[in-house]
Design a binder for this molecule. Structure first.
Ligand SMILES: [Zn+2]
Length: 155
């Protein structure tokens, strides 16, 4: 029974992790948004992030150039997507060596990857920050942040 409860709480925890990633929330508090615009449009504001999480004060760019490392993450997402598209294409339309279907798949795959680029870039940032900041890791920041804001409104 206890084991079951532990399992459930782990499931709930990973569930929250997944939804917080899908909703592009700050990994520290899972409440604040990581991006200023909810939508990826207009594209010129695609990567606009607040300096600090509006809810808890977690730094969004831990150090200068922090997000340069996201290249590997977006590469990983592209590979995973290509595999998923391959399987879907294979199951729905079929891929054979005897005709040009493999080239049609490649064309569809490249088009989709290009069109999905804005989301891929955003999610690679979300995943990347999640690798460095765990939930509640910087709990004390929230206190400090609130105090600072309080000071601002007082002075
Ligand atoms: Zn936060």
């Amino acid at each position: 029974m206890i084991k079951f409860a532990v399992k459930l709480s782990i499931m709930a925890h990973t569930g929250n992790l997944l939804t917080s990633i899908l909703k592009k929330k700050c990994p520290n508090c899972r409440k604040g948004d990581m991006f200023i615009n909810k939508s990826v449009f207009p594209l010129r504001d695609l990567l606009k992030m607040p300096d600090h999480c509006p809810q808890c004060g977690q730094k969004m760019e831990i150090e200068i150039g922090f997000y340069y490392g996201t290249g590997y993450v977006s590469y990983g997402i592209c590979v995973a997507l290509s595999i998923a598209i391959f399987i879907a294409y294979y199951l729905i339309l079929g891929i054979s060596w005897r005709d040009n279907s493999i080239f049609y798949y490649l064309a569809v795959n490249i088009t989709l990857i290009v069109l999905l680029q804005p989301w891929i870039i955003r999610y690679s940032r979300v995943l990347y920050l999640n690798m460095f900041v765990k939930y509640g890791q910087n709990r004390y920041i929230a206190e400090e942040f609130r105090n600072k804001q309080h000071h601002h409104t007082n002075s």
